[in-house]
Design a protein around this ligand. Structure first.
Ligand SMILES: NC(=O)c1ccc[n+]([C@@H]2O[C@H](COP(=O)([O-])OP(=O)(O)OC[C@H]3O[C@@H](n4cnc5c(N)ncnc54)[C@H](OP(=O)(O)O)[C@@H]3O)[C@@H](O)[C@H]2O)c1
Length: 249
């Protein structure tokens, strides 16, 4: 099934902008949101230039403004004539070792990645139920499979929560009409990973996004991307004794 009308949150940079470019190249109509509207406007101009036949709508959205989420999703849907895929992608990687005096950084990560993720999920599901179906994609992380020492504890917890929400929804909508995909990316070049200490096994944005879009288009229930080396590594992550997980931090 071709999902023609796709909404992506966190589309102003990194994986969100990369997915927007990849879906635009496939001729899909796009609804793109994030806080940095200058970036969205630039992206819209680039896509309109390269793919003049698609519709691209952009809007300012802070996903932590929970009342704005259904309003902005609704406005964007109206602008492009409906939604049949929503990609919950907006996220941050702030964090500090727990108990070392920066709880606000850890709280911000859990609020943005998990609580605001939940609000986007609720909104998308309500819209899909009204329209008769759709494809909900949750961008989790391989780090949702483990805990790590240091500043990424809250990030790991936020992604474990996201994966768990996705697994519940996969069970809930086993027979449709809503299709659910939980994506667990490994390390892919983006603004977030540019700030990260770990560049282990990092792939460039285009390679990572290609693997993501392929799994999304196949509407896989749950997929680790890129598959190699991350699919076997996530199995290892789940079994590793805690002291060895520092290699993923
Ligand atoms: N890159 C990786 O290796 C990797 C691996 C696994 C999972 N992920 C996940 O992939 C997603 C995208 O991350 P990325 O790597 O592409 O990082 P990025 O380049 O920093 O992009 C993050 C995006 O999220 C948006 N965002 C952040 N806070 C927001 C808020 N409060 N409201 C609305 N939008 C917000 C940002 O837009 P504004 O700042 O303009 O709002 C930006 O567009 C995240 O969920 C991340 O956890 C990434």
């Amino acid at each position: 099934m071709t999902r023609q009308k796709i909404l992506i949150t966190g589309a102003s940079s990194g994986l969100g902008a990369g997915m927007a470019r990849a879906f635009a190249a496939k001729g899909r109509d796009l609804a793109l949101c994030a806080r940095r509207t200058d970036r969205l406007d630039e992206l819209k101009a680039e896509l309109a230039d390269r793919h003049p036949n698609i519709k691209v709508a952009v809007a300012a959205l802070d996903v932590n403004d929970h009342e704005a989420v259904p309003r902005v999703f609704g406005e964007l849907a109206q602008e492009i004539g409906g939604l049949d895929r929503v990609i919950v992608n907006a996220g941050i990687g702030k964090g500090w070792p727990l108990g070392e005096g920066k709880p606000w950084a850890n709280k911000a990560t859990i609020e943005t990645n998990l609580v605001a993720g939940l609000v986007q999920i609720e909104t998308a599901l309500e819209m899909f139920k009204k329209s008769g179906g759709g494809h909900l994609v949750l961008i989790s992380s391989v780090l949702g499979n483990t805990g790590v020492p240091g500043g990424k504890a809250a990030y790991c917890a936020s992604k474990a929560g996201m994966t768990s929400l996705g697994e519940s929804l996969r069970a809930e909508y086993d027979k449709g009409p809503i299709s659910i995909t939980v994506l667990e990316p490994g390390y892919i070049e983006s603004e977030m990973t540019a700030r990260s200490a770990s560049t282990m096994l990092m792939v460039d944005n285009e390679t990572g996004v290609r693997a993501m879009v392929e799994a999304i288009e196949k509407e896989k229930g749950r997929a680790v991307v890129p598959r190699w080396p991350w699919a076997p590594l996530t199995q290892v992550m789940r079994l590793l004794p805690p002291k060895f997980t520092k290699h993923f931090a």
